[in-house]
Design a protein around this ligand. Structure first.
Ligand code: GRG
Length: 305
């Protein structure tokens, strides 16, 4: 179609405006150890966990940030794979009976359902060092070291794992709406926001970006991470049963603290609109090379999965 209008119902992202999808898939396939390097069961579980039908949001952010900073996408592929490996591990572990106890992920049985719990734990364990091995191979050496340190912090106790621990702990003791909201925001900033922000930062670091541009992308990542979480909550609250089932398997009806629970669906939609506008505003210092990031804001804002 000659129309340039964004098709919000299209898969995420659409093929025509997706220069990164294919190179990300190929790089992910290449970076996983085959049966010649590890037990066949583990090789299969790693492929199952990583190569499933995910949106690849975080590796896309790495590549888009690298290009927005004047770098080229292929040089940023190790960092793109590294963030997706950490993300895939976090999903496999989050789905375990000890945590969220989900049967479905990405429309298929979760890793522990398809294999068994020990295999799901160990596949997640193997993905973490693999991510850092990829970053360690970046050059020059100080880029490699900086990327390792940045991802370690985003995936560690201060961010992803700490956010997950607080999320699992629940919020029963809190009754004030303001307290609940602050808690929700702190959990999201660590569980979702940190990985989204570090994805942008790794792309920028690989491309040799200045501190100023890094700060711009960090501010953008914080808004985009929030938008991603708010739209995630809206999809859980309002998505059709089939899509909700594909996404998590069983999020409904278990009293999860979300924005729609806290402020209602309408106010959450307005919050998403404001957050999307702020995300776009934070990109103002960047030129047209950041247009794919601007388009992605729109995609996340109006996503259907
Ligand atoms: C186990 C340390 C540890 C952390 C788990 C990521 C996570 C933390 C939990 C997943 C639960 C959840 C719904 C988190 C918030 C939003 C989120 C990260 C959704 C999943 O990411 P998508 O939508 O997934 O990018 P795909 O499948 O597209 O890659």
């Amino acid at each position: 179609s000659p129309s340039a209008a964004v098709d919000h119902a299209a898969p995420f992202p659409t093929v025509g405006d997706d220069p990164h999808g294919a190179i990300i898939e190929a790089a992910l396939q290449r970076c996983l150890p085959g049966e010649d390097r590890c037990p066949p069961l583990l090789a299969e579980a790693l492929r199952y966990t990583v190569l499933g039908p995910g949106k690849r949001l975080r590796p896309r952010l790495v590549l888009m940030a690298a290009e927005a900073c004047g770098g080229d996408a292929p040089a940023a592929l190790p960092a793109a794979c590294a963030v997706e490996l950490i993300h895939a591990y976090s999903l496999a572990h989050d789905d375990l009976p000890a945590m969220d106890d989900d049967d479905l992920r990405r429309g298929r049985p979760t890793c522990h359902k398809r294999f068994d719990e020990a295999t799901a734990v160990l596949a997640g364990d193997a993905l973490q060092p693999l991510a850092f091995e990829l970053l360690a191979g970046l050059s020059p050496a100080d880029t490699a070291a900086r990327c390792c340190a940045e991802l370690a912090r985003a995936a560690g106790a201060e961010a992803l794992v700490g956010g997950q621990v607080d999320d699992l702990a629940g919020a029963e003791a809190l009754v004030e709406t303001q307290q609940l909201r602050q808690r929700l925001e702190r959990i999201h900033a660590r569980k979702t926001g940190a990985m989204i922000t570090v994805s942008l930062r790794l792309g920028a670091i690989v491309a040799g970006a200045s501190q100023e541009i890094l700060s711009t992308l960090t501010a953008f990542g914080e808004r985009l991470g929030l938008l991603f979480q708010v739209t995630d909550d809206l999809l859980d609250a309002t998505g059709d049963a089939e899509e909700v089932g594909k996404r998590t398997g069983k999020d409904e009806g278990r009293g999860k603290l979300t924005y729609p629970v806290l402020m209602g669906v309408e106010a959450t939609r307005e919050f998403a609109d404001r957050t999307a506008a702020e995300a776009l505003q934070s990109l103002e210092p960047l030129d047209a090379t950041a247009d794919p990031l601007r388009a992605l804001v729109d995609k996340v804002h109006h996503r259907s999965h």
